[in-house]
Every structure is written in structure tokens, then in C-alpha cells.
Write a protein of this length. Structure first.
Length: 159
């Protein structure tokens, strides 16, 4: 006989499983971010994300890819941006990696949203808006400076 605390009756917690992996290797040339954006759209739809979340993922992936091209690889056409889509049972994980060690700062949740009026007036720097946007659109965002470059990892949950 087992009780509720015995291992025999405990329900195992199932971790989300990986359904598919798709990888893109793109040159650091403006225009190629559109390939990442289109792949993000198709992959997010296949992952079962609602239409508005598909658009969020598209925008975040486009911005992250451009950041990797510009800040990570200096728009050097010989340096690649790696975009990895990991479709999981609970959502979509996207990793965008450049080939150099770039420093990206994720704005803390308490950070003020950028203000367009201040930017147009010249009293606010244009930098940092992209990462703020990415953090606003995705459920999880983290930067890892490891290996040969920086990796921006983003996750969008299935609702």
C-alpha cells in the first residue's frame, strides 16, 4: 500500500520536450534579417503560437538579428549570425548568436520605457531601444557571452 508521499504514487513532472530544431546561418548583411524574420513567422505558427504572438516573435527575431549583425559582427559580411529555433511543447525558444564577444545589457524590469518625444528632442540616446523592445515582446530574454560570441536567448510561451 502506498500513500501520497511515496515515490510510487508521485506524479512525475514532465519537462517540455523538443519537437524540432531549425538553424539558419546568415551573413551580416542588411536584408538577410528578413530571412530570419520569415523563418520566425513560420516556426512560431508551427509551434502553435497565436497570430499576435507570431508577430511579436517576428519583430524580436528581426531586431535581435540586426543587433548581432551590427553590434556583434560589425556588418562584416564574412561573419555569420546563427539563428536557432527550438520548437518545444510549451512554446518557441530562439537563440541569436554573433561571432564576436559583444556586450549586451538587458534592461531591468524597472527600467523606464524609451520615449519617442525625448528621442526626437535629442534628450534620449537612440541606443537600447531594440533590446527594450525584445524584452517587451518575449516572455523570457537572456544574454550569454560564451563561446565564440554573444547569444541572445528568447522564449515565447504557448498560451
Amino acid at each position: 500500500m502506498s500513500d501520497a508521499t511515496s515515490p510510487a504514487s508521485a506524479q512525475p513532472h514532465s519537462a517540455p520536450s523538443v519537437v524540432a530544431r531549425t538553424e539558419l546561418l546568415l551573413p551580416s548583411i542588411v536584408g538577410w534579417e528578413r530571412v530570419a524574420m520569415q523563418a520566425a513567422s513560420a516556426t512560431a505558427r508551427l509551434a502553435g503560437l497565436p497570430v499576435d504572438r507570431v508577430e511579436d516573435v517576428q519583430t524580436a527575431v528581426c531586431e535581435a538579428t540586426l543587433n548581432a549583425m551590427e553590434h556583434g559582427n560589425g556588418f562584416d559580411a564574412h561573419r555569420l549570425v546563427r539563428v536557432l529555433f527550438v520548437t518545444r511543447t510549451d512554446g518557441l525558444e530562439v537563440q541569436v548568436e554573433d561571432e564576436r564577444h559583444a556586450f549586451f545589457h538587458i534592461p531591468p524590469p524597472s527600467a523606464q520605457a524609451p520615449k519617442l518625444v525625448d528621442r526626437l528632442a535629442g534628450s534620449q540616446d537612440a541606443r537600447g531601444w531594440g533590446l527594450f523592445l525584445i524584452c517587451s515582446l518575449m516572455d523570457e530574454v537572456e544574454v550569454v557571452n560564451a563561446g565564440r560570441g554573444a547569444v541572445l536567448r528568447m522564449f515565447a510561451r504557448r498560451l
